[in-house]
Design a protein around this ligand. Structure first.
Ligand code: APR
Length: 271
């Protein structure tokens, strides 16, 4: 069922009246780009069950072992990590990402807080993107916080094969060239604190906004899931874009039922 024009018109009216519109994006926004969601109909975890959410504890216990396991999984076609990596490597921004980038270009949307690590919102042309769960294309030093493109690290690996043994690394994790700290993927693992600079920027956006678009999120993972309520407590209106109801639906002023890559372009055409 796609959304009736009346609700799209209502949403457009709320956005037009607002001064500071922010979007909170989830995995559903990238579903139209062929990347599976975790929850909801057809989600990876809906089908296979939620994995043990201990990834950060496992990493902290033995980073070198984590890296060896991760790099081996990324080259194993039977592994879910490989399958997700393939889907994200192949993905391109869809009409939903492009509509959000156009809303920013027109000065209507101030920023996108995205829970997605796929880099697609930036690839769509958005400049104000707050990646609350990080970005799969980057590495981050746990000691000094330096972030850099993963490609540079892989180039370093190929320049120094002694660092790599088969699909794994020698007995130490990749280390920061600046401070010698341990490097990890710049994607936030379950149990890992969100980098304070990112969290602060997301909180400020949620507190400043007077209209928040909730696009393709199940609203189940904090602190991202709290952002709409932080906004609403300060008088913001909430507009949800999702084919299914979520835990956030009851709080929303307008609910647009349907896929983001159909709804968002239709909303853009009304603005
Ligand atoms: N358009 C819009 N929404 C969609 C679409 C679509 N085409 N397809 C599915 N959805 C909705 C689903 O109904 C569901 O509500 O997207 C939502 C996806 O929910 P999740 O998979 O839980 O994704 P998200 O809310 O981003 O999860 C938050 O949990 O697993 C962790 O770190 C991961 O960032 C992720 C976080």
């Amino acid at each position: 069922m796609t959304q009736s024009t009346n609700e799209i018109q209502q949403a457009a009216a709320l956005i037009s009246r607002a001064r500071y519109v922010v979007a909170l994006a989830g995995a559903g926004l990238s579903a139209g780009s062929g990347i599976p969601t975790y929850r909801g109909a057809g989600g990876l975890w809906t089908q296979r069950g939620t994995p043990p959410l201990l990834s950060y504890q496992e990493f902290a216990l033995d980073p070198a072992a984590w890296w060896r396991k991760r790099l081996a999984a990324e080259v194993d076609p039977s592994h879910p990590v490989y399958q997700m990596k393939q889907a994200v490597d192949r993905a391109a921004p869809n009409a939903g990402h492009l509509a959000l980038a156009e809303l920013e270009r027109r000065g209507i949307l101030r920023c996108v807080i995205t829970q997605n690590v796929d880099n697609l919102q930036t690839a769509a042309g958005s400049r104000a993107v707050l990646e609350i769960h990080g970005n799969r294309n980057r590495l981050r030093c746990l000691q000094c916080g330096l972030r850099f493109h993963r490609g540079d690290f892989e180039a370093q690996l190929s320049a120094h094969p002694e660092l790599a043994e088969g699909a794994g690394l020698a007995n130490r994790p990749p280390l920061c060239g600046e401070c010698g700290g341990v490097l990890k993927l710049d994607t936030v693992m379950f149990g890992e604190p969100i980098p304070p600079d990112t969290l602060q920027a997301c909180r400020e956006a949620a507190e400043r906004c007077d209209c928040m678009l909730l696009v393709g999120t199940s609203g189940t993972v904090n602190p991202a899931a709290r952002m709409p309520l932080v906004a609403q407590e300060r008088g913001a209106t909430l507009i949800e874009v999702n084919p299914e109801p979520t835990s956030l639906t009851p709080w929303c002023d307008v609910v647009l039922t349907g896929p983001a890559d159909d709804i968002l372009p239709r909303l853009l055409n009304r603005l």
